[in-house]
Design a protein around this ligand. Structure first.
Ligand SMILES: N[C@@H](CCC(=O)N[C@@H](CS)C(=O)NCC(=O)O)C(=O)O
Length: 231
């Protein structure tokens, strides 16, 4: 099976971390097609976003759906927690990270462009991020992993979300919201010691570096030139 994924993409990082933690990485190849940079991924996957998992039966977009599929095909390694209440907590923390943190931070990235910047939009989105962070502070575990006794899908969503919070929110002129928390801040420090979290953080850092130093742009331009030459 093939995962369409990008280093810096937090939704892709979430799925990669799950694969690493389940010990199934070698069952998948990773790829990022040029069509993604050309805005043509929707010809392959109608939603047009990564990650996408390509299976023998067809494609699966949406990180949360891929995450559930992985748990379904490797039931003995599933990362959803053991009891019904633990599983509810894992789903809840993953949802807070996805809907209230990642989604709003992602929408706010357009505000990095001074030509598109609107104070009203930025205030709305950052307000939602702070509200999501305050809710996370109440729901996250006091120690250990985010929502269960062992590493779960909650950690796989939260690690990329907190990375994005730390590295992009301050660039939008708002303080890193992790700094106004206690339990989340302690978790963030703790989870970076975990080998699977450390691996995706390292990959995301490389992706961020490549975006900031122009390496990513150069790579994309070369890939586009190659694809035009092959047409
Ligand atoms: N809800 C989707 C979000 C995926 C998403 O927004 N991916 C970004 C990269 S992290 C993307 O492909 N953006 C391209 C675009 O918006 O055209 C998921 O959970 O997979």
């Amino acid at each position: 099976m093939k995962l369409y994924t990008g280093d810096l993409s937090p939704y892709s990082a979430k799925v990669r971390m799950q694969m690493y933690a389940m010990g199934v990485r070698d069952d998948f190849s990773f790829d990022l097609p040029t069509s993604f940079f050309l805005g043509k991924l929707s010809e392959f996957s109608p939603i047009g976003r990564i990650p996408v998992l390509e299976t023998d039966e067809g494609i699966i977009p949406e990180s949360e759906v891929i995450a559930e599929y992985l748990d379904d095909i490797y039931p003995d390694r599933a990362l959803l927690g053991k009891t019904p209440f633990e599983r509810a907590n894992v789903r809840l923390v993953s949802r807070i990270a996805d809907i209230y943190l990642l989604n709003n931070i992602f929408l706010s990235l357009g505000q990095l462009d001074p030509k598109r910047k609107s104070e009203g939009v930025l205030e709305l989105l950052m307000g939602q991020v702070k509200r999501g962070m305050a809710a996370l502070e109440k729901h996250i575990n006091d120690d250990g992993f985010a929502a269960s006794a062992e590493l779960s899908r909650a950690d796989c969503t939260l690690v990329p979300a907190l990375f994005l919070c730390e590295h992009t929110v301050p660039r939008l002129g708002t303080d890193n919201p992790i700094e106004s928390t206690q339990k989340v801040a302690a978790y963030w420090k703790r989870i970076q010691q975990n080998e699977h979290a450390a691996k995706v953080i390292d990959e995301m850092m490389q992706g961020l570096q490549a975006r900031l130093d122009g390496t990513e742009r150069k790579m994309v331009e070369e890939a586009i030139a190659r694809s035009k030459a092959n047409d």
